[in-house]
Ligand binder design. Structure first.
Ligand code: S3P
Length: 174
């Protein structure tokens, strides 16, 4: 079995929720990368963006990946922008299996409208502005997301089917 599974995808695609369940099912540890950074920095993602700026946050994401990619038996939920900067995606692919949880912009919009998480990139936007931001960001990010070794339809896939796919991938890549 691959030692590390990185879940990637847009904000609101359920990386944390699915990651926790998948980790429990295969008896792996679970790490949420945003939480990892928040703990190290001693402030929320929103405060990091406000006080230190987005480039600083992206630097912290790269550092987090370097720290997490040496852990064993771990499922990692990454932040939505993490695979789209610097060497991050390549590092994750070399360290384990990268799984993209894919949704359409409208699917993401309805999920994000219900979410209570504070997301600096979407803060203060109404529904139409949010959809425009999702479309724009996804437009540039999908090129990165689609380089994942595994692409999962976020609407249809169950946690069981993802675990089965991970197990099959691991057997074939030995
Ligand atoms: C971001 C996604 C967030 C968080 C930060 C930036 C992004 O994580 O890392 O707000 O650039 O897409 P989630 O994908 O867990 O919401």
């Amino acid at each position: 079995m691959t030692r590390r599974i990185f879940l990637i995808g847009f904000m609101g695609s359920g990386k944390t929720t699915h990651g926790k369940k998948i980790a429990r099912m295969i008896d792996y540890n679970f790490v949420d990368m945003d939480e990892w950074i928040v703990r190290k920095e001693g402030k929320s993602v929103a405060d990091i963006f406000r006080d230190n700026g987005e480039p600083y946050f992206r630097q912290k994401e790269s550092e987090a990946i370097r720290e997490l990619m040496i852990m064993e038996r771990v499922v990692i939920a990454t932040g939505g922008g993490a695979p789209c900067h610097g060497e991050n995606l390549q590092m994750m692919k070399e360290a384990g299996l990268v799984v993209y949880l894919q949704f359409s912009p409208s699917g993401l919009l309805s999920r994000l409208m219900k979410s209570k998480n504070e997301r600096p990139l979407l803060a203060g936007k109404n529904k139409a502005e949010m959809l425009a931001t999702i479309e724009e960001l996804l437009g540039t990010r999908e090129a990165y997301y689609k380089q994942a070794q595994m692409i999962i339809d976020g609407v249809k896939a169950s946690d069981e089917s993802v675990v089965n796919a991970i197990q099959r991938w691991s057997e074939n890549s030995l």
